[in-house]
Design a protein around this ligand. Structure first.
Ligand code: C5P
Length: 402
């Protein structure tokens, strides 16, 4: 998870609308927000924790002592959350929160968190309109809690009236507004290539490089957090997949090219951060080659040049902003200018990789090279650098589309 990405802790309580929490999780993920779930015991009667575990790829706790690794789980959950949303929230949980009762993990976490608390009630109309519930909601409002009013309509119990869980889009939008998640890339389709490629020599050996994929993953995650639809085409890396991003795993440059070509149509922005191997063995062996006495095939591997993915995508039909990266050990800016022209990119993010810098590191210092000139970006962590690169990319995109 990148440091910039916001975390919403979704509390699910025992109500027929609990199944809608699955869609709420998905909606947050699509907007680049990390979703974690905590449930009441009653909620598990409606949806199992396994469902939320699969959707969030995070642990889902119900009881106060469910997480053996964390005896004070409610505190870690409370601290992790940038916002806590309880949706659907029952009259019972509203009453407990109003009175400060914390007899399970969800209510204890809600009391322990300093994050904004958003409640989307869902219940029978009579329970909702009951003076006790209305009073409890008033108490919580006075404490700064945000409510998302339920809708009116046909209720699961057969009654008609106010009590249906509010529209999922409305709930998520309200939370994003409180979180101040900037959505300046909403509606844009972004394609990012990341990581190294591996070019097989034989069935066990390959040519590759030290790229960690961190820069590309940070860009993909930042673009998703800013509202873009993101496809991340990733070579083999060992870092976690960003949430809210569609990840396509590939191994070789040829596969990366094919995956990119399939997706480029309809893309507004292409960011090639991948450290694509420039060459690949011409004829990878279908068995393990043996080391020998000087006549071994391993000593003379014939190489052929790989396709340039960035240049290929830049020449595809359609108008889009094309961003490339250039890792150089000397004359960083000069080489980047050459690449800008030869690859027909709109922006080259150039960095100095001399003396083992950058690869695998959390930080980077770059130059943003465009047709207008170059801007130096001082060293910063890749998470924040991702936003700087996207800011520049967006301004170039706007110019190109104007
Ligand atoms: O030519 P060079 O490898 O230095 O160019 C780096 C830029 O071009 C990066 O953005 C990289 O992702 C992209 N590239 C590519 N396909 C290649 C080689 C580089 O997309 N075969």
């Amino acid at each position: 998870m990148c440091a910039r990405q916001k975390t919403v802790l979704i509390g699910v309580t025992g109500c027929i609308a609990a199944y809608k929490s699955c869609e709420i999780v998905r909606a947050f993920q699509k907007r680049g927000v990390r979703a974690k779930v905590v449930m009441t015991e009653h909620a598990t009667e409606f949806v199992g924790p396994t469902t939320f575990r699969a959707l969030t790829r995070e642990p889902v706790a119900v009881g106060l002592f469910d997480e053996p690794g964390s005896p004070i789980h409610h505190i870690s959950l409370a601290q992790e959350a940038d916002l806590m949303l309880i949706a659907p929230c029952t009259a019972n949980v509203i009453a407990k929160l109003a009175q400060g009762i914390c007899d399970d993990l969800l209510t204890t976490t809600a009391l322990a968190t300093k994050a904004p608390l958003v409640i989307a009630p869902a219940m029978n109309v009579n329970m909702y309109e009951h003076a006790a519930t209305q009073r409890n909601m008033q108490i919580l409002r006075e404490r700064g809690c945000h409510f998302i009013e339920p809708d009116e309509g046909f209720l699961a119990c057969g009654d008609t009236g106010k009590g249906r869980l509010a529209d999922i889009g409305e709930i998520v939008d309200a939370c994003l507004e409180i979180l101040e998640v900037e959505q300046d890339m909403a509606g844009l389709n972004v394609l990012v290539t990341a990581g190294p490629t591996q070019e097989p020599i034989d069935t066990v050996r390959c040519i590759t490089n030290h790229s960690s994929g961190k820069m590309g993953y940070a860009i993909a995650e930042a673009a998703a957090a800013r509202g873009a639809q993101v496809h991340l085409i990733s070579g083999p890396v060992s870092i976690p997949e960003p949430q809210g991003v569609q990840v396509h795993r590939v191994t070789t440059a040829q596969q990366m090219l094919e995956a990119s070509q399939e997706l480029v149509d309809g893309c507004d922005i292409v960011v090639c951060t991948a450290a694509v191997c420039d060459f690949r063995p011409a004829a990878p062996a279908s068995r393990k080659l043996k080391k020998g006495d000087g006549t071994s095939e391993l000593e003379h591997i014939e190489l052929v040049q790989n396709p340039d993915i960035l240049a290929t995508l830049a020449s595809c039909e359609g108008r889009r902003a094309i961003v490339g990266f250039a890792a150089e050990t000397d004359d960083v800016v000069e080489y980047a200018k050459g690449k800008l022209a030869s690859k027909r990119a709109d922006l080259i993010v150039a960095n100095d990789v001399s003396e083992g810098k950058v690869f695998g590191s959390e930080r980077n210092e770059v130059w943003l090279v465009t047709a207008e000139g170059e801007e130096h970006v001082p060293e910063m962590d890749k998470v924040h650098l991702a936003d700087v690169v996207l800011d520049k990319t967006l301004s170039l995109y706007d110019l190109k589309m104007a």
